[in-house]
Design a binder for this molecule. Sequence first.
Ligand SMILES: [Zn+2]
Ligand SMILES: [Zn+2]
Length: 336
Amino acid sequence: MDAVVKSEKGEGHVELRDVPEKSPPAGAALVRVGAAGICGSDLMILHDRFPGYKVPVVMGHEFAGEVAALGDGVRSVSVGDRVACETHAYVCGRCAYCRSGAYNLCQERLGYGYGVDGAFTKHVVVREAIMHRLPDSVGMRDAALLEPLSVVVNALTANARLSPGESVLVIGPGPIGVLSALLAKLAGCAVTVVGTERSRRRLELAASMGADAVLTVDEAAGPGFESAFDSVVIATGEPDAFEAALKHCRPRGQVVHVGESTKRASFTFSLIERKNIMVQGSFSHTWPAWERAISLLRDGKVDVSRLITHRFPLRSWEEGFARAESREGMKVLFEP
Ligand SMILES: [Zn+2]
Ligand SMILES: [Zn+2]
């Protein structure tokens, strides 16, 4: 079967390859990929900026599909079920985090697309514990966005908490940023989204989807911009965002960091102390965030379809990656 594979370490080394078909081991299912989204971390792997990826590896971790075959002992799904799948391809099951339900923080965790063969192909092996059955009303393409939506649900409703009437600044108008803005609106907050000049079109989309205000980084740095947000969400990997977040946060406010980055930040750290700021990181997601994200799509509370700006077959993977990198659109899907 065709697969988009990172074949060697270093810049580039991504290619369409024929890889062997798989069969599901006990406790797992084979999922036929219906749609799979390109994530910023896939671009980091392309450019050799993602820590600890193995090679060769089939890329892709944001996906939904249909159960095609079952390994022994699988009882919660049947062949033909439509499912969305968490990214936690392997966790140890024995550590304190696994045992307390925070298995996203398992130090032995391996995710799809960098540690275990992922979703930019026809079939993926998925263990039973990380499959979520999809309601009929949730389409396959929208379901491919459940992963980033679950990241945001986990960040803003479990690790941090937004309250009605609060003001929220989202730094970074990519998919995670716009989904954060939608969720904050849903929570009854007033939302401002800030992004670079290069991301103009993404800012416009955020505004058209309900953000109360959008502005560029330069505008946010200029005089007259009020910097006293109750919460600031960092949804970018740009290190400058951290100092900006601390500046724009009010005293006793919270800064929530969801943007993935391997870069080093330099910032005035007395801001955290002087302003009594609560800094909360949030990595990935667990079962409850997924179930809530699915409910949000099922009930029409969040419309992710407008974030899907491009769709490609696998053989056009290069164009897909180029579109994702250009920031012209928002979410690029492969439909293998
Ligand atoms: Zn992702
Ligand atoms: Zn563990």
